[in-house]
Write a protein that binds this ligand. Structure first.
Ligand code: GDP
Length: 304
């Protein structure tokens, strides 16, 4: 099955309920109301659903499905891109996702279980295929299994992993990894981090320290800080996402498990809440199950 088929299958329930809402009645206001329910049920959130519908009304389009596609595409991009997309007439080329990272280090954050380690492996393979020399830092030193898991991926993909024994200070390890990347002239370092909640140690403070120590080893880095979010947790992940953003200043998001039972609509409030672009989406457990995010393509899978 292609990744797009897997995504379509993952989103099929949401698609059915949205599509069902569209030709439901001849009265436009009733249709919009029905559509609002369907959007909220799909995890789009109340405010964002209302904005989507406003955009649909504003467009004055007779073809409701087309109007909805365009409104959702706009909502799936941060403010900075919206005007551009509207102006470009929603052509598929209006905005190709920027997946070329700024700088040489990507700090990856997110709570345990969302698929962070798997995503790092997938990104490693993705950038390796683009001809980059990639390194990993197993910065989740709190979980022995976390480091081991990334070690296995590193071996499988032929990507060196900077590791320390369980309990190593993650900021010190990140410093070493960033220094090693520079010294060895690798193109990209992906840094894994802890994602535990509810412990005595303050995770957010620790992440801020890891970020600072990367900057000490290699000024200006990390060029990117990406949050990994699990689409299945839906709206519940948003408050946490905001906290990560406040602490480490996110520059992008990777949304995982869109091949599963996720409703998919949560991508809209993610972009709204954080104001940063979705960089990639995860559609499976294998290293190649990662795709650069493209709003128009995603909406097509949702409503096409
Ligand atoms: P971490 O605790 O955040 O590092 O999470 P892991 O990388 O260990 O992943 C947790 C589980 O989610 C594993 O079983 C992964 O195989 C699975 N997983 C990760 N990404 C995806 C995805 O895009 N789709 C599906 N179906 N499973 C995923």
């Amino acid at each position: 099955m292609s990744w797009l088929q897997r995504l379509r299958e993952g989103l099929s329930k949401t698609r059915d309920s949205l599509v069902r809402a569209i030709p439901w009645s001849k009265n436009p206001e009733e249709v919009l109301e029905e559509l609002e329910f369907a959007l909220i049920a799909a995890d789009v959130g109340v405010e964002a659903s209302q904005e989507v519908l406003e955009e649909v009304r504003r467009s004055g389009k007779k073809d409701l499905r087309e109007a909805l596609k365009q409104a959702l595409t706009v909502q799936l991009e941060p403010d900075a891109f919206r005007a551009k997309i509207r102006k470009a007439g929603f052509s598929p080329d209006a905005k190709k996702s920027v997946v070329e990272p700024k700088g040489k280090v990507i700090l990856m954050v997110g709570v345990n279980g969302v698929g962070k380690t798997t995503t790092i492996a997938k990104l490693g393979q993705y950038y390796q295929k683009q001809g980059k020399r990639v390194m990993f830092c197993a910065g989740d030193t709190f979980r022995a299994a976390g480091g081991a898991q990334l070690g296995v991926w590193g071996e499988r993909l032929g990507i060196p992993v900077v590791q320390g024994p369980e309990g190593t200070d993650p900021a010190a390890l990140a410093f070493d990894a960033a220094s090693a990347r520079k010294a060895r002239g690798f193109d990209l370092l992906l840094v894994d981090t802890a994602g535990r909640l509810h412990t005595k140690h303050n995770l957010m403070e620790e992440l801020a320290k890891v970020k600072r120590s990367i900057g000490k080893a290699d000024p200006g880095e990390p060029g990117e800080v990406w949050l990994v979010l699990d689409a299945i947790t839906g709206q519940n992940g948003l408050e946490q996402a905001r906290k990560f953003h406040q602490t480490v200043g996110l520059t992008g998001v990777v949304v995982t498990k869109l091949d599963g039972t996720a409703k998919g609509g949560v991508l809209v409030p993610i972009v709204r809440t954080l104001g940063v672009p979705i960089k990639f989406i995860g559609v499976g457990e294998k290293a190649e199950d990662l795709q650069p995010f493209d709003a128009a393509e995603f909406v097509e899978a949702l409503l096409g």
